[in-house]
Design a protein around this ligand. Structure first.
Ligand code: HEC
Length: 197
């Protein structure tokens, strides 16, 4: 009888952590499932309409890179030279489901110099160091109704806040970008996962 009781107790003790972790998992799952466990990034504006520099851009999803090297642009490309482009996680998930940019979407573009033109893999353009400011676009249909729902910002020199950039950003994106003000024609990872293709 005593043996039996002890056995039952040991079984319970063995089961307890399992039951507990099952409980924990059910509680944590809804948050994690929404966005691969990443926090939903939200654009933060102050009263003056300045955007706060988004944190952890490098942890967003890389949607591609372009390069406008100096030696192909008379030494002065508009955005020197590599452009590394990232989309926030919630917008990536939304894009995979719909093939569209969610309200609140943020895209960041970092600039990196060409460091060398030859490497063990051959001749080409190879990344040097970070240079220049970080450009950020934000989709907000209320705030930016006049510019096709997108606002454009530039964060130079570790600036924490950016006022909206001048009209040139809007004009060029409006005239040349393939979908919803974004140059999806150059972002292969986006096109590859779009349900609209
Ligand atoms: C003369 C045209 C032109 C102007 C002006 C321009 N852009 Fe762009 N932008 C592009 C092109 C083309 C790409 C995609 C290819 C690349 O990276 O070079 C792009 C890409 C971007 C991206 C990546 C997401 C996307 O839309 O594809 C961001 C963010 C961006 N630009 C921000 C800005 C900001 C901020 C300004 C204004 C300060 C600006 N751009 C001005 C042409 C322009």
């Amino acid at each position: 009888m005593l043996d039996h009781l002890i056995l039952q107790k040991t079984r319970l003790a063995r089961l307890a952590p399992l039951v507990l972790s099952a409980l924990l998992i059910t509680q944590v799952a809804p948050v994690a499932a929404s966005d691969h466990g990443h926090h939903k990034v939200q654009a933060k504006f102050n009263q003056a309409g300045e955007l706060a520099r988004p944190a952890n851009i490098k942890e967003w999803i890389s949607i591609g890179a372009s390069v406008t090297p100096k030696d192909m642009n008379n030494g002065k490309p508009a955005f020197p030279e590599f452009h590394y482009v990232y989309l926030d996680h919630a917008s990536w998930s939304h894009w995979k489901k719909t093939g569209e940019f969610r309200e609140g979407a943020m895209i960041a573009k970092e600039l990196v110099s060409v460091g060398s033109k030859s490497s063990a893999s051959g001749s080409g353009y190879f990344a040097g160091d970070y240079v220049g400011p970080v450009a950020v676009s934000v989709k907000d249909s209320k705030r930016f109704a006049k510019s096709n729902n997108w606002g454009y910002f530039v964060f130079g020199d570790d600036k924490a806040l950016s006022a909206p950039a001048d009209e040139s950003c809007v004009a060029c994106h409006k005239a040349n970008a393939a979908q919803d003000m974004v140059f999806t024609q150059y972002w292969a990872p986006l096109r590859a996962v779009s349900p609209k293709k």
